[in-house]
Design a protein. Structure first.
Lengths: 309, 301
């Protein structure tokens, strides 16, 4: 296990380099001269040339990437074209908000989904089961941006219970985290249901029944433990999915997180910010996927993690 | 083909009573028709396809026709059953035209990603060894990445627009196919009929096309259905962010974006296009669920 972990972690570093290089090259492929964005459309040719030199655009692309990496390692990700602020400062301002929103959403999703899935499995083919699974299917099919709009319409515009946009109090957190979390509630509930059903069909569960153990004890003590482990282990994958989902949800609710920063920077063509945020989110996803793999192997020792992964 | 194709299910008792009548396709169709979620899904999808095909007849107005005197009319006003938007465009008509956009994007993205996914999955699963090591790592990497992030990177480079959004989605969504295909091919490769074909001196390509591909149609169909759903969500998300379809293209996503701006004055703008998206996505999710149950009960989640 330790060897596997070291192996995977060693793999992580080159992967992060690959992602940063991919994003870097992609940014250079944009058919817009960054120097022009900095000095504006009315600048003279000399001013533009000066800006090019200052941004290092006159050097070959590999040298540019090298400089970018060296600076990044020293905590310097450049400055925003728009506000002139340091990109690291912009990220430091927004990242805690994204982490808060994401963790509240995931906690909410798991707390709701696991009981829902277990209940549906235990009462298989009853109204409870069908109701829960119908809700879950709708939850998967409703896109989060529409759900967000509907929640604003109902609870902010109609009932005036909660604020529609902004941040600061817990009330601001309610609608965005429901919007972000509901999809995962649906996915996790469906998975929990089939996982519990599978465990309940196992021989050892039948043996427990045969032994005369109370049905409730069989289900809640023995079966549940084994059914829920694989679900928890999938959390890593959901973390990386939440990173993606936060981009849209933060934009709808004007939640001052990294996702909103990314969208505003893409629309405003603020490329240093786009580059840094995409690389950061990419690295987060890599870490989350590593976590997913590790949790998965911990949960199921039968998976061979030496040879082929 | 019947000698090599794995039957889609164990032959049922009736089929054994009437040996001549058994056919995997008839068996599949029979169970498909009896599967409730597959049928509901099919009905939704077919309805929306009809709407898209007959959009010129069904729509009351051209999708870009503006009438600034009738801006933000409420639903159920004469001539505008679902109301109008800021520019006085008929929302019902734009939703009808929008069915074309979403279905086209979904179909394009799904077919491109299916081709890429089957190719990479087949190579990875069939040839194994170092090729598989590299490809399976690539598949896992792409699979673990949130689609919307990669799509955003592409859109940043190419610039906002439907084409960019479609390329972006197609280039990342294939990993779903590749994962399933690789697994199926790995399992099939050691089956007797494949080994027998190899022993008879058949070439790899012949074996792949004749023995492997026919056996993975089922799982591929299931993934295709779910992929359509995801593709529609990604396209509408990008359009919602203003980075996908550009005005006046009637994308359901951009309609919701316009609705967001007037959320406090006109609830209908942010409501009806969303129902259309959710219906289409629900249709493909139901079809996928149904197909999975019918084709292979073991594939459930």
């Amino acid at each position: 296990m330790t060897r596997y972990l070291i192996h995977r972690s060693l793999f992580l570093l080159p992967m992060m380099l690959v992602i940063s290089a991919l994003v870097f090259v992609a940014m250079r492929m944009i058919p817009v001269d960054p120097a022009e964005l900095v000095v504006g459309p009315y600048a003279t040719a000399e001013q533009r040339e000066l800006a090019r030199q200052k941004l290092g655009l006159d050097k070959p692309i590999i040298a540019q990437y090298g400089i970018y990496l060296l600076n990044a390692l020293q905590g310097d990700l450049g400055r925003s074209f728009k506000s002139g602020k340091e990109v690291t400062a912009l990220i430091a301002d927004t990242l805690p908000n994204t982490l808060l929103l994401g963790s509240v959403a995931l906690t909410f999703a798991y707390l709701l989904a696991i009981p829902m899935g277990v209940l549906a499995a235990i009462r298989q083919n009853t109204l409870i089961d069908q109701g829960a699974m119908t809700i879950a299917l709708i939850g998967i099919s409703v896109p989060n941006f529409w759900l967000g709009l509907l929640l604003i319409l109902t609870f902010a515009v109609g009932l005036r219970w909660l604020p529609a946009t902004g941040s600061g109090t817990w009330a601001h957190l309610v609608l965005p985290s429901i919007t972000l979390g509901l999809q995962y509630t649906a996915i996790v509930a469906r998975m929990t249901r089939s996982s519990v059903l599978e465990v309940l069909r196992q021989d050892y569960v039948r043996a427990l029944h045969a032994k005369g153990l109370e049905r409730r004890k069989v289900v809640y003590v023995h079966a549940l433990k084994n059914a829920v482990i694989p679900i928890i282990s999938l959390m890593g994958l959901h973390i990386s999915a939440v990173v993606g989902g936060s981009v849209i949800v933060e934009t709808i609710f004007a939640w001052p997180g990294t996702g909103q920063l990314l969208i505003n920077s893409i629309i405003g063509r603020d490329f240093p910010v786009v580059q840094a945020v995409l690389t950061l989110l990419g690295a987060t996803v890599l870490l989350a996927n590593l976590l997913a793999d590790v949790l998965y192997t911990l949960a199921d020792p039968r998976i061979k993690y030496s040879a082929h992964r | 083909m019947s000698d090599t194709t794995r039957p889609l299910s164990a032959p049922s008792a009736e089929a054994e009573d009437a040996p001549a009548a058994y056919s995997p396709w008839r068996d599949f169709l029979g169970r498909f028709v009896r599967n409730r979620s597959a049928m509901i899904g099919i009905v939704i999808i077919v309805t929306l396809c009809i709407v898209a095909a007959f959009a010129p007849t069904l729509a009351l107005h051209p999708f870009a026709e503006q009438d600034l005197m009738r801006s933000l009319e409420r639903p159920l006003t004469p001539g505008h059953p679902l109301g109008t938007d800021v520019f006085g465009r008929d929302i019902y008509s734009r939703i009808v035209w929008g069915a074309r956009v979403s279905l086209q994007v979904g179909l394009m993205v799904t077919s491109v990603s299916m081709a890429i996914g089957i190719l990479i999955g087949c190579i990875s699963g069939f040839y194994g060894g170092r090729v598989d090591l590299v490809l399976s790592n690539l598949i896992n990497l792409v699979w673990g990445f949130p689609l919307i992030l990669v799509a955003l990177l592409f859109v940043t480079v190419i610039g906002p627009g439907l084409t960019g959004a479609m390329i972006a989605t197609g280039l990342v969504i294939w990993s779903g196919f590749a994962r399933i295909v690789r697994g199926e091919v790995l399992a099939l490769r050691s089956r007797e009929f494949v080994v027998a074909a190899q022993a008879l001196g058949r070439g790899n390509l012949w074996i792949i096309f004749r023995h492997i591909l026919p056996n993975i149609i089922g799982p591929v169909l299931v993934i295709a259905s779910f992929t359509m759903a995801v593709a529609v969500i990604i396209e509408t998300s990008l359009s919602f962010l203003g980075l996908g379809a550009q005005p006046p293209t009637p994308s359901w996503g951009s309609m919701l974006n316009e609705g967001r701006a007037v959320l406090y004055r006109a609830w209908w703008l942010a409501t009806f296009p969303g129902i259309a998206i959710a219906l289409l996505v629900l249709g493909f999710n139901l079809l996928g669920d149904g197909l999975r149950d019918v084709l292979d009960p073991r594939m459930r989640d």
